[in-house]
Design a protein around this ligand. Structure first.
Ligand code: ZN
Length: 508
């Protein structure tokens, strides 16, 4: 008798638990009254613990042993074989992580986050430093428990971007710096030649929503299986492909915030909605190590889709030539006298700044490299926590030519380290790089793609992305997807070419 149905049902229930976790999490960021926070925290912790216990159990081991023998002769790329392979991979790692260490890491978070808020408020890094030291100490222990060949950071990357390691990241960053540093210096030398004052004003929220959601639907975001809500920090979350939700935050005084935010999250949502129906409630829509029900195969692959739709499509000249008249009719007085070309240039304005989340498409990558280089150094001991504020200022000056006047605007700006989320920053730049490869390959393979996009026909692009990426969910690794669809693994050439062409044109 085949063990496969039992294996599948066992995994399906873990996937159900993690989808319930997602729903509770979505609710706590969009609907829940403040008073619900404490008990909701318990509910979330209980659900994750149930999922973890079920996954790291002897039952999983027994079922894996049985089904591995059954799928041995399946095609190497078959979904069934991949379900089993992925589950084995995650199971072996999960079993190496001591529960006591995980509870120390989780337990440090609330006090570390408090210390971070306090330090940021008072511009006093020393209030956060001891917690940061402790957090990285736990991460070193985690890396040792998981195991690695060359660098402890490699072990932490497994959860976010399994095919990346320190050596590959350094190589990637070197290539990117070689092209982007001189390009940025040339742009900065031009001075402030791109007008953007009309992006600031008073923009009715309902109109912002109507326009942005309308575009997301044109991209292919299916509202029968999705919805848009408001939250303090925008996100996308799925409870299977049949219910994929996005959130945004409206800034009344700044038009691009919610607009591009919605296109970004819609890009994430298209990935989740595009997963093949047969993969629902399987190992191929479950991130066992991250304790997350998700179809996207890695954080970087997910970001590649949000950034493709937001930037490669949504910040293109063709996009604004088509859509600007409609935006202008929504905001006739604010955008009076502005034309599509001026608007296109304004939303692509490059300006080095202190804050990562406010950075433009190009300088963003430097904010990421800086953080990743610091994380790597903190983990291997080549950088000390006490050196961070000064090192941060030096690297900001080196990469972006600006020096933050305070630590609040510098090393203390992100919550990630207080949350023990170490190893995830690189996925933003990996996603950017992949987005360039996908778009270049789609242009090669889909006849008349640019004409279709210029006419607002997004189905050919969505179809290509669905065929090559979305429908497979987590069945193939990012590099497998890239090689199958573009002929080569992660390679920054297409993305760098895109940036050089775009900004050379805008800044002459
Ligand atoms: Zn994103």
């Amino acid at each position: 008798m085949s063990a496969y149905p039992s294996f599948r049902e066992h995994i399906a229930q873990i996937n159900d638990l993690l989808n319930v976790f997602n729903i509770l999490n979505w609710d706590s960021h969009t609907q829940m009254p403040h008073g619900g926070a404490e008990t909701r925290g318990h509910q979330l912790a209980t659900i994750v613990q149930l999922a973890q216990e079920r996954f790291a159990s002897d039952t999983t081991a027994r079922l894996l042993d049985a089904v591995e023998a059954e799928v041995e002769d399946d095609d190497y790329y078959s979904y069934r074989r991949r379900e089993v392979q992925n589950t084995r991979w995650a199971y072996d790692i999960a079993r190496r992580i001591p529960a006591a260490l995980m509870s120390k890491i989780v337990g440090l978070r609330p006090t570390a986050e408090q210390a971070w808020v306090d330090a940021k408020k008072h511009n006093d890094f020393t209030r956060f430093a001891p917690y940061l030291t402790q957090a990285f100490d736990y991460q070193k222990q985690l890396a040792e428990a998981i195991g690695y060949v060359d660098h402890p950071y490699d072990a932490l990357l497994l959860r976010y971007e399994p095919e990346m390691n320190v050596e590959r990241l350094r190589h990637l960053f070197d290539i990117m710096k070689g092209t982007l540093l001189p390009l940025l210096q040339n742009i900065v030398a031009k001075g402030d030649v791109v007008r953007s004052d009309f992006l600031y004003g008073d923009f009715d929220e309902a109109k912002q929503r109507e326009f942005a959601l309308g575009v997301a639907q044109q991209f292919g975001y299916d509202l029968n299986r999705g919805r848009l809500d408001v939250s303090a920090h925008p996100f996308e979350v799925s409870f299977t492909r049949n219910d994929v939700r996005i959130t945004t935050r409206y800034q009344r005084n700044y038009l691009p915030g919610a607009l591009f935010g919605v296109l970004h999250e819609a890009g994430h949502a298209l990935y989740e909605q595009g997963a093949s129906i047969e993969l629902t409630r399987t190992a191929l829509t479950t991130d066992f190590l991250g304790n997350y029900a998700v179809a996207g195969v890695s954080f970087g692959a997910h970001e590649s889709q949000s950034r493709l739709w937001e930037n490669q499509v949504g910040r293109s000249r063709a996009f604004w030539q088509l859509h600007f008249p409609r935006l202008q009719s929504h905001f006739a007085s604010q955008l009076a006298g502005v034309d599509a070309e001026s608007f296109y240039r304004a939303v692509n304005r490059v300006r080095p700044s202190f804050i990562r989340v406010e950075a433009d498409e190009m300088t963003y990558n430097f904010h990421i490299m800086l953080r990743v280089e610091i994380e790597i150094g903190l983990l291997d001991g080549s950088i000390k926590v006490s050196d961070l504020p000064e090192l941060w200022r030096a690297k900001m000056q080196e990469y972006l030519g600006v020096t933050p006047p305070t630590d609040t605007l510098g090393v203390l700006q992100d919550i990630h380290w207080a949350m023990a989320s170490i190893g995830s920053f690189c996925t933003y730049t990996v996603g950017n790089v992949m987005s360039g490869q996908w778009m270049a390959a789609a242009r090669r393979e889909v006849d008349g793609l640019d004409t279709a996009l210029a006419n607002g026909h997004y189905a050919p692009l969505l179809g290509w992305l669905t065929d090559n990426i979305y429908r497979h969910a987590r069945a193939f690794s990012p590099n497998e997807l890239l090689i199958r669809a573009t002929g080569e693994p992660l390679n920054p050439d297409a993305y760098l070419g895109y940036l050089v062409e775009k900004y050379t044109d805008i800044y002459k």
